[in-house]
Ligand binder design. Structure first.
Ligand SMILES: [Zn+2]
Length: 128
C-alpha cells in the first residue's frame, strides 16, 4: 500500500471512530440531568419534555408580518409540573441547546395570543 493510501485508510478509520463516539456521546447526553429552576430537583434529560414556543407576528404595512417565529424553549419539569421558560439569557440556555435532541419529546406550541406563561390548559392542548 502506498503511503498516501495508508494515510487514507487511517483517516477513514478515525472518521468511523468519530461517528461511533458522537453516537455514544448523544446517548450519554440523554442520561445527564436537567435541574428545574422551580423545585430545584434534578431530572434525566431523556425523560423530560421540551416545548418550542412560537410567536405570531401580526400583519403590518402592506406585506409584513402574518407569520410564526420561534420565541423560546419551555422545559416541563416532571417532578413539580412547572414550566421553565428558557430565553437566550437563561442560565440553562446553552445546556438546553446542547441537549435538544436528547429530550424525551419535543412539542410545538403556537399560542394564539401573546402570553408570558404556559398554563396547564395550554399543555393539555399541546399534548392532544
Ligand atoms: Zn420542578
Amino acid at each position: 500500500m502506498s503511503k498516501a493510501n495508508t494515510l487514507r485508510k487511517e483517516i477513514s478509520d478515525v472518521e468511523s471512530q468519530l461517528v461511533l463516539l458522537k453516537a455514544k456521546l448523544d446517548a450519554a447526553k440523554g442520561d445527564e440531568f436537567y435541574r428545574c429552576g422551580e423545585c430545584n430537583k434534578r431530572t434525566v434529560v431523556s425523560t423530560t419534555s421540551i416545548v418550542y414556543e412560537h410567536r405570531y407576528i401580526e400583519p403590518y404595512s402592506c406585506n409584513g408580518g402574518a407569520y410564526w417565529t420561534f420565541r423560546r424553549y419551555i422545559v416541563l419539569c416532571n417532578k413539580c409540573c412547572e414550566p421553565t421558560h428558557i430565553n437566550k439569557d437563561h442560565e440553562m440556555y446553552n445546556f438546553v441547546i446542547d441537549h435538544l435532541s436528547q429530550f424525551f419529546e419535543q412539542l410545538d406550541w403556537h399560542p394564539m395570543q401573546h402570553c408570558d406563561s404556559i398554563t396547564l390548559d395550554d399543555l393539555r392542548q399541546i399534548q392532544k
